[in-house]
Design a binder for this molecule. Sequence first.
Ligand code: C2E
Ligand code: CA
Ligand code: CA
Ligand code: CA
Length: 279
Amino acid sequence: AKAEGRNNFQFYTSSGKTAALRSLTLEGDLRMALARRELFVEYQPEIDLKTGETVGLETLVRWDHPTLGLIPPLDFIPLAEETGLILPIGEWILSIACMQNAIWHKSGLEPIRVAVNLSGHQFRQRNLIKTIAKTLTNSRLDPQHLELEITESTLMENAASTIHTVKELKSMGVRLAVDDFGTGYSSLSYLRRFPLDVLKIDRSFIRDVTINADDAAITRAIIAMAHNLNLEVIAEGVENEQQLQFLQENNCDMAQGYYYCRPLTPAKLTKHLEKQSSG
Ligand code: C2E
Ligand code: CA
Ligand code: CA
Ligand code: CA
């Protein structure tokens, strides 16, 4: 009992309680965040390695918390997943990205592809196909200009129903990308069963690609095998010239990373796209 009491005491004074309280508070705050317009998105360019042009944009959500300030997605997306809040939040992100893209087209900019991350919870929900169809109709966006990113680990869960969902999505005409590829230990022969368009090599392989022989070999192998399956390849997290050169030498199709461009607000991105289309 003594030990228990002491443990209790420790529990109440430990950071565990603070952490629990903080996540409870955060959950309540996240519940309100959409209505209070605290969420916003940025877009990060995806560059064609042959032409140097921006050919796609990844939509990345941010939360501007009233007292805590900017909270990065990795600190609230897992909470949104656990609580199911990812469904309304994800729907909002999808519609804002489609509408923004439609606005860019209407303003005379060349058509561009916008990529949206689908979390596991979103991917598994029954209404997914309806939600996406509705969003495409409302924004009048050409489906081929929407790309959905599904992580390798989500694709690996429950093969039969996953393949069914992926095929339904594909039949709507949207593009499909495997996100964070290389972290889930799936094989490319497994992926061949899915009608996919793009494979994104996880940043963890690109980071040391010019100094670590294993990472270089893995990256080369992923690019070659993806091309054999007729998939385009995007390298994530390209931060310097050497990585860029390696990727060009090894026929990677596209790159995304701080070396080219950080994620930008819609206003800044509009300028970036205008500059590209005039230049
Ligand atoms: P992700 O899908 O792998 O997104 C790429 C992340 O890498 C982004 O972080 C981006 O800012 C970061 N990044 C891009 N280039 C570089 C680089 O050169 N170096 C480094 N170190 N990082 C780079 P961010 O925005 O913090 O997002 C983190 C993760 O949160 C995303 O990883 C994704 O899993 C999740 N996430 C972000 N936005 C959304 C969203 O709208 N919906 C869902 N479901 N998840 C999201
Ligand atoms: Ca992504
Ligand atoms: Ca990724
Ligand atoms: Ca990643």
